[in-house]
Design a protein around this ligand. Structure first.
Ligand code: PML
Length: 284
């Protein structure tokens, strides 16, 4: 099947909103909008967006609604933060190709995930160990982390300096002028929801940095069992089962090439603003 980007006129669906959004991304002040919800020390939910002014109110109220009604429990503290980001500092990049691997259960899903990680260059023992670590709870106390674990892809060494917080990836979104096309695609594939879009954008930002070979993720939301393996080479590969329903343990692992200079990489993951457009292949 041909995708809409490839079809004649695929880029010609310029509505008024589309034109406005395009103008917004090119010329106006952008904002990093972040949400973090917790209950005492327990992480409940988080979200990261990079938006122009006219998009803020709607996005903030959606984040608040998500934090107030979350399957991980009721939040006691919700932090919304908004910081200006200068448009001239914003980079652009393509989203990763997106594919879905259907598996019958989480055991099969994890086997497939392990094979996909090894195919990107992660050492087999390290991939096995990483799946185990994520399954038993990656934080020091065995719980979930707010951010990602960093792991040397060859030796398996844990590299993040804060094993409670991990590394949180921030300041990324879809380029407002491309949003309509990308969302239309996801709708056609029945994949149009904020969880998938946000995870796909985050994985695309992580894969933007050549120091990172691959990422493994599954949700800490007990109701959501789909996860993914992502890499610049093989794209965003969703796997329909990576854990058992009801399990509240999940998170992210970034597999790093040996010898990476950690501080600049962590700085970029946290603070470098990037807006994403359609995958380079033009098709999902
Ligand atoms: C999350 O819930 O934070 C992670 C979700 C990962 C998978 C999203 C998808 O279905 O593509």
């Amino acid at each position: 099947m041909k995708c809409a980007f490839c079809q004649p006129g695929g880029y010609a669906k310029l509505t008024e909103k589309h034109l406005h959004d395009s103008f917004c991304a090119m010329s106006q002040q952008m904002y990093s909008l972040r949400m973090r919800a917790s209950r005492y020390e327990k992480h409940i939910s988080g979200a990261e967006r990079l938006l122009c002014f006219s998009e803020l109110e709607d996005a903030a109220s959606r984040m608040l609604a998500r934090a107030l009604d979350h399957p991980r429990g009721q939040a006691k503290k919700i932090k919304l933060s908004l910081l200006p980001v200068t448009p001239s500092t914003i980079k652009s990049g393509p989203l990763l190709d997106l594919s879905t691997l259907r598996v019958d259960n989480w055991q099969e899903g994890r086997q497939r995930a392990c094979a996909l990680l090894v195919a990107t260059g992660v050492a087999p023992g390290v991939a096995d160990q990483a799946l185990e670590q994520l399954a038993k709870g990656p934080a020091l106390d065995g719980g979930v982390m707010r951010g990602a674990m960093l792991v040397n892809a060859i030796t398996g060494e844990r590299l993040e300096s804060d094993r409670v917080r991990g590394v949180r990836v921030s300041r990324m979104d879809i380029d407002p002028s491309k949003r309509l096309n990308i969302e239309t695609f996801l709708e056609q594939k029945s994949l149009h929801n904020s969880r998938i879009i946000e995870a796909w954008i985050l994985a695309s930002k992580v894969a933007f940095y050549p120091e990172i070979i691959a990422e493994l993720c599954w949700s800490d939301d007990p109701d959501y069992v789909t996860g993914y393996v992502a890499s610049a080479h093989n794209g965003y590969q969703r796997i329909t089962h990576l854990k058992q329903a009801g399990d509240e343990i999940g998170g992210r692992i970034f597999f790093l090439r040996p010898g990476v200079d950690l501080d600049p990489l962590v700085e970029q993951l946290q603070y470098e603003p990037i807006l994403f457009g359609p995958p380079a292949s033009g098709c999902f």
